[in-house]
Design a protein around this ligand. Structure first.
Ligand code: NDP
Ligand code: DXP
Ligand code: MN
Length: 405
C-alpha cells in the first residue's frame, strides 16, 4: 500500500554505480522514500535481486529478451510489472504517481527519458550529464516550461548548486557571481606522458584514483573529456557564458567545486568522494538527510593541491570548449564521437590517445545545425556515430589533435 508521506522515486540506471548509491540512500530512509520503478539495460540477475529487495511497481529492461528473462526470474506474487525499451523508460519517468526521477542511465540512451521527466515537471535528479551536453537548450526549456525541479547530481555541479544563491523553487541565481571553478582530479594519468598514455590499457584507464564509477565515465575522467562534458553541463545548468567557467585540477577530489564572487569570496563544497552525498542532497533538498558518508577528516587529508589542466596532453578539454564555441549540434556530435571512441577503446579496438583524434575528426566532418527538436539532436547523434565508427575502423592517420590513429 503506497504511503503518501513517501516520495515515489524512479531510478533509471539502477544497476549502475549511481543507481546502487541511490538505492543505498533510499533504503536508509524508508519513512521518506519508496522505489516506484527500476530500470537497466541487460543486467537481469542484478535487477531481479533489486526487485525482490525494493518491490517496485515497475521494472524496465532495455530490450524484449531481457524483459522476458526478468519476468521469468521474478516470483509472480511480487506484483512488479516488467516494461521494455525507451517507451518503458519514458513511462516510468512520467507516471503521475512518480515524485522524483533519478536519471542515471549512462550515455545518450538516457536523453529521451530525462527529457520526458523534465517535460512532466518532475523532481529531476540529473546524473546523466550526456543529456545536457546533447540537448541543453531543449532540456532547460522543458524544465522552465513545466516547472520541473532540476537538481544536479554530478558532484561538481551539485557542489556549485550548494554554493550559489538558490531561490525557494530551486532556481539557482547568479547575483554577485564572477565565475564557477570546476575541480578535476586529473584522472589516473594526471602525471603520465603522451607516450605512456599511448600504451594505456582499459583497466588502467578505469582505475580512478578517488571515485568508484562505471567504465564509460572512468575513461572520460582519464581523457579529461569528463571535465569537458562537465564544462558544457555547467554552462547550461547555471546559464553561464563559457568564459565564466574555469577548470582547476585538484588531485584529492575533496573540494568538489567552487563559486567565485565579485567581492573576492570563494565558496567551496567539501566532502569525502562518495556520490551518496550529492544523491542524498538531491533527494532531500531543501532539507538534508544522513547519506551514510563518513565525516571529512581534514587533518588526515592533510593537504589540498591545485594546478592548471594540461590541454596539450589532454586535448579533450579543448575539443569540448570548441564544441561550445561552434554551438548548435556540435556538442551532441562531440558527445556521440566520444561515446563511440570510448567504447572502441574499452573493446581494445583503438588506443587511449586515439580517443581525442576520433572526436576531432568527427567534429571536423559532421555539419552543425540548430538543435530545434529531439529528432534533430538524434539525427546529429546518429550521423556522428556513423562518422566516428568509420574513423575507428580507418586505422592509423594523424588527426589535428596531434595524435596518431
Ligand atoms: N558513477 C559516478 O560516480 C557518476 C556518474 N555520473 C553519470 O551518471 C550516469 C551513470 O553513470 P554510472 O552509474 O557510473 O554508469 P554505470 O555504467 O555504472 O551504470 C549505467 C546504468 O545504466 C543502465 N543502462 C545502460 N544503457 C541503458 C539503456 N539503454 N536503458 C536502460 N538502462 C541502461 C545500466 O544497466 P546494465 O547494468 O544493465 O548495463 C546501468 O544500470 C552517467 O551519465 C555518468 O556520466 C555523474 C557523476 C558521477
Ligand atoms: C564523481 C563525479 O562527479 C565524477 O564526474 C568525477 O568528477 C570524476 O572525476 P574527475 O573527472 O574529476 O577525474
Ligand atoms: Mn563529476
Amino acid at each position: 500500500m503506497a504511503n503518501p508521506a513517501q516520495q515515489a522515486v524512479s531510478v533509471l540506471g539502477s544497476t549502475g554505480s549511481i543507481g546502487l548509491s541511490t538505492l543505498d540512500v533510499i533504503a536508509r530512509h524508508p519513512d521518506r522514500y519508496r522505489v516506484f520503478a527500476l530500470a537497466a539495460n541487460t543486467s537481469v540477475a542484478a535487477m531481479a535481486a533489486q526487485c525482490r529487495t525494493h518491490r517496485p511497481e515497475f521494472a524496465v529492461m532495455a530490450c524484449a529478451d531481457a524483459a522476458q528473462a526478468l519476468r521469468d526470474a521474478l516470483p509472480g506474487e511480487l506484483g512488479t510489472q516488467v516494461l521494455q525499451g525507451e517507451e518503458g523508460l519514458c513511462r516510468v519517468a512520467t507516471d503521475p504517481a512518480v515524485d522524483a526521477v533519478m536519471a542515471a542511465v549512462v550515455g545518450a540512451a538516457g536523453l529521451p527519458s530525462t527529457l520526458a521527466a523534465a517535460r512532466a515537471g518532475k523532481r529531476l535528479l540529473l546524473a546523466n550529464k550526456e543529456s545536457l551536453v546533447m540537448a541543453g537548450h531543449l532540456l532547460m526549456e522543458a524544465v522552465h516550461e513545466s516547472g520541473a525541479l532540476l537538481l544536479p547530481i554530478d558532484s561538481e555541479h551539485n557542489a556549485i548548486f550548494q554554493c550559489l544563491p538558490v531561490d525557494r523553487a530551486g532556481r539557482p541565481g547568479r547575483a554577485g557571481v564572477d565565475k564557477v571553478l570546476l575541480t578535476a582530479s586529473g584522472g589516473p594519468f594526471r602525471t603520465w606522458s603522451v607516450a605512456q598514455m599511448a600504451a594505456a590499457t582499459p583497466e588502467q584507464a578505469c582505475a580512478h584514483p578517488n571515485w568508484d564509477m562505471g567504465r564509460k565515465i572512468s575513461v572520460d575522467s582519464a581523457t579529461l573529456m569528463n571535465k569537458g562534458l562537465e564544462f558544457i553541463e555547467a554552462c547550461w545548468l547555471f546559464d553561464l557564458a563559457p568564459e565564466r567557467v574555469d577548470v582547476v585540477v585538484h588531485p584529492q577530489s575533496i573540494v568538489h567545486s567552487m563559486v567565485q564572487y565579485r567581492d573576492g569570496s570563494v565558496l567551496a563544497q567539501l566532502g569525502n568522494p562518495d556520490m551518496r552525498t550529492p544523491i542524498a542532497y538531491g533527494l532531500s533538498w531543501p532539507e538534508r538527510v544522513d547519506a551514510g558518508v563518513s565525516p571529512l577528516d581534514l587533518v588526515a587529508a592533510s593537504r589540498l593541491d591545485f594546478e592548471a589542466p594540461d590541454e596539450g596532453r589532454f586535448p579533450c578539454l579543448r575539443l569540448a570548449r570548441e564544441a561550445v564555441s561552434a554551438g548548435g549540434t556540435a556538442m551532441a556530435i562531440c558527445n556521440a564521437a566520444n561515446e563511440v571512441a570510448v567504447a572502441a577503446f574499452l573493446d581494445n579496438r583503438i588506443g587511449f590517445n586515439d580517443i581525442p583524434a576520433v572526436i576531432e575528426r568527427t567534429l571536423e566532418r559532421c555539419p552543425v545545425v540548430e538543435p530545434r527538436s529531439l529528432a534533430v539532436v538524434e539525427t546529429a547523434d546518429a550521423e556522428a556515430r556513423h562518422a566516428a565508427e568509420v574513423f575507428v575502423a580507418d586505422g592509423p592517420t594523424r588527426g589535428s589533435a596531434g595524435v596518431e590513429i
